[in-house]
Design a protein around this ligand. Sequence first.
Ligand SMILES: CC(=O)N[C@H]1[C@@H](OP(=O)(O)OP(=O)(O)OC[C@H]2O[C@@H](n3ccc(=O)[nH]c3=O)[C@H](O)[C@@H]2O)O[C@H](CO)[C@@H](O)[C@@H]1O
Ligand SMILES: C=C(OP(=O)(O)O)C(=O)O
Length: 419
Amino acid sequence: MDRLVITGGNRLYGRVKVSPAKNAVLPVIAATLLAKTPCFLEEVPALADVETICSVIEYLGARVKKEGQGLKIHVPEIGQTEAPYDFVRRMRASFLVMGPLLARSGRARIALPGGCAIGSRPIDLHLKGFCLLGAEIIQGHGYIEARAKKLSGSRIYLDFPSVGATENLIMAASMARGRTVIENAAEEPEVVDLANFLNAMGARVKGAGTKVVRIDGVDELRGAIYNVIPDRIEAGTFMIAAAISGGDITVENVICDHITPVLAKLQEAGVYVERGETTARVAAPDIIRPADIKTMPYPGFPTDMQPQFMTLMSVSKGGASIITETVFENRFMHVNELKRMGAKVKVIGRTAIVQGVKHLTGARVKAPDLRAGAALVLAGLAARGETEVSNIYHIDRGYESFVDKIKSLGAGINRIEDA
Ligand SMILES: CC(=O)N[C@H]1[C@@H](OP(=O)(O)OP(=O)(O)OC[C@H]2O[C@@H](n3ccc(=O)[nH]c3=O)[C@H](O)[C@@H]2O)O[C@H](CO)[C@@H](O)[C@@H]1O
Ligand SMILES: C=C(OP(=O)(O)O)C(=O)O
């Protein structure tokens, strides 16, 4: 398996362009199943997760063709209504095809996604919503089957503003009979982006980005040309790379409003932040100060930035930082790896107390999941000596050209490909 070898100590300087968002493009690709006529997604990041979702929709009947930086997707008809375990195992977001399949063909059979490193991640809220839309749900042999001749609009209250459940239900409701109202919906920018794409396809989705989303079902959706939003988590990761390496980076193609809490917390830590129209300049301070964070659904501090921020706090000076994870029950998998690099972190339940150290030291560590993997690379940038990060297939899931981008900023990093 490939690994990354990082020689710490280089300050990162320069400009780096953020790619289109993984978490926006995955639901948008799933949504293309709703249209009979072709869709064109103008810029699609080259990510392992994108390949997986494309394999899933191709299996279901889509014709996917790479055109320049984008993808042309045409689903003249749904051939299969089953997404096998092999796909869902590779990427939980595969479950997002359930809503479109149900809406378009009245039937979907999808392998039950297993638990993963960051938590058990149930899908009960998705299923509750599908039931309220009139689907019959049958579970067995590791699969979930949903059937409905025609979905009908309903009022759905989500116990938790789940991003995936909100997206799956918006897609299902877009072709249901009548009006659906989703209450306590997720407000993430990626939900808004999906709604914008669906509306470009002829759907009638209102209120995305607020707690109440109203969807008036239509009989048919058509293909659309679309460009998804920039990746706010990739942007935040580069900002921390600037801060932790003592550097000065201008991140291009960023919507600063999407990462307000990250920018605020960087400033609290003493980092210089300059917001531009579509850029953000981040420059490291002499001393990184401690700052507490608590992850929350949007617009709170994103859980997908928690491991990277913890890494930054691990080299802060002047006290402890308290990091509370409220979104996933097991998202501290990076702590033991960071400790191998000399970080001082104590975990009590869902809280981690981070006491900054003078410097981290290079070590051999394993990426336990996507963002934790990125966090370990950030730790390697700041550490003395050499850090080797293995299991980097996690990083490939969600960061386009990570090594090239970070290298272009001056990092001492190399990918070692195993024979
Ligand atoms: C592909 C994608 O967009 N992934 C993002 C999405 O994941 P995902 O859509 O899976 O995250 P959710 O918002 O659904 O999950 C948040 C919490 O709700 C719980 N839950 C969720 C659904 C459900 O039916 N029942 C239930 O209990 C989960 O276990 C978790 O504790 O949002 C997360 C939270 O911002 C991000 O970390 C992920 O990067
Ligand atoms: C947790 C993440 O992704 P996924 O939901 O695809 O596992 C992530 O992007 O950090």
